[in-house]
Design a protein around this ligand. Structure first.
Ligand code: NAI
Length: 344
């Protein structure tokens, strides 16, 4: 039987990772981008990653690296890319020139860099344009799914003829090793679109969660920002150093959270959730009432955090890339451990 086919629009960091995830699930993948060069580098990068993972014994799925690679093809024609696809994942960003004034304690540099422009009206316009083009091409069965981390479905999909088939499937970087996908519907998304997307994500080995409605930041970033916010206030008030603050997470809470969430933590840290609330609700409210306002994320605290982190990991591509590589290796190991531990 011919494998089912998906199209991935945008072959950057997230697009290529989606391609690998779908190929691991046995899907035929057409990867589309406006830049041929970008597609070529995506293919080469995917080839290297898949081969490396096979060597390390962490390749996902039942197929060999060569079988998975044979499922992925590239294309610069949008219509041809989506032809025959039952699911289209859009993973776009526009590159623009930014002037970044980089003020660190060692030196002051004026950097002219290429940075991905995200969450801006122009970006929204680009994405809407692509969805508009797809809206004209697709039939009534295909699912149009966006990887966006911050654009609300109502901003992206309103007015499209196929709005019932549109949804956000927000991955976590790198999706190959961090399986969570937040599925966020537009108010007019058909429930069957949500269910089909959920089932598809399960099928390819991801870990989907459904939001009943759109909300700024979805869920993952709301939780992340709550943590960042309190971390910022504690460092700003001099309660703890930036380095020790990060340790609280990496050698404390984070170890637990790799396996169980905050609600199950409550359940296990007492004789069930009700008992936890009886015991700790008052204490939690007392602490929570001492939380300060939303930080500005600038000024002295920004300098303090920047200095500490830049001393640990200098803000130069070589050092940042080496640390990112190490982080991804850690995540690979953790993904393997989680499979062994069957955390469900
Ligand atoms: P990226 O900058 O690595 O890749 C974007 C790709 O889009 C590039 O290959 C570019 O050539 C292509 N592109 C630009 N305009 C295009 C057009 N008109 N048609 C076709 N391709 C076009 O971006 P990245 O990081 O992969 O992000 C993509 C999406 O994933 C964004 O919506 C972002 O919010 C979301 N996302 C990103 C995460 C991250 O950590 N990078 C995490 C979760 C979601």
């Amino acid at each position: 039987m011919e494998p089912s086919q998906v199209a991935i629009i945008g072959s950057g960091l997230i697009g290529r990772s989606w391609a690998m995830v779908f190929a691991a699930g046995g899907f035929k993948v057409k990867l589309y981008d406006i830049a041929q060069q970008q597609l070529m580098s995506a293919l080469e990068n995917i080839r290297q990653q898949v081969k490396e993972m096979e060597k390390l014994g962490v390749l996902k799925g039942a197929l060999s690296a060569d079988q998975q690679l044979a499922l992925i093809s590239v294309c610069t024609d949008l219509k041809a890319a989506v032809e025959g696809a039952t699911f289209i994942q859009i993973s776009l960003k526009v590159l623009v020139l930014y002037l970044i004034f980089y003020d660190c304690f060692y030196n002051k540099l004026l950097h002219l860099v290429m940075r991905p422009k995200e969450c801006t009206p122009e970006n929204l316009e680009l994405k809407k344009k692509i969805f508009g083009q797809l809206d004209l091409i697709v039939d009534d069965n295909v699912i149009l799914s966006s990887s966006t981390s911050c654009l609300l479905p109502s901003k992206l999909f309103t007015g499209l003829k196929h709005v019932k088939q549109c949804i956000v499937s927000h991955p976590v970087n790198p999706p190959y090793f961090v399986p969570l996908v937040e599925i966020v519907p537009h108010p007019e998304t058909d429930p069957s679109t949500t269910e089909r997307t959920y089932a598809l994500m399960k099928k390819i080995g991801q870990s989907p969660v459904k939001l009943s409605r759109e909300i700024e930041g979805f869920v993952l970033n709301r939780l992340q920002y709550a943590v960042i916010s309190e971390a910022w206030r504690l460092v700003g008030e001099g309660v703890i150093s930036p380095t020790d603050l990060d340790l609280v997470m990496s050698d404390g809470l984070g170890m637990r959270y790799a396996f169980i969430g905050p609600l199950e933590t409550m359940h296990l840290n007492a004789e069930g959730v009700s008992n936890y609330c009886e015991r700790y609700a008052e204490g939690m409210r007392l602490v929570l009432n001492t939380f300060g306002p939303v930080p500005e994320f600038s000024g002295e605290t920004a300098q303090k955090v920047n200095q500490a982190l830049s001393e640990k990991i200098p803000v130069v591509p070589k050092a940042l890339d080496a640390r990112r590589k190490w982080r991804d290796e850690c995540l690979t190991g953790l993904a393997k451990l989680k499979t062994q531990m069957k955390s469900d």
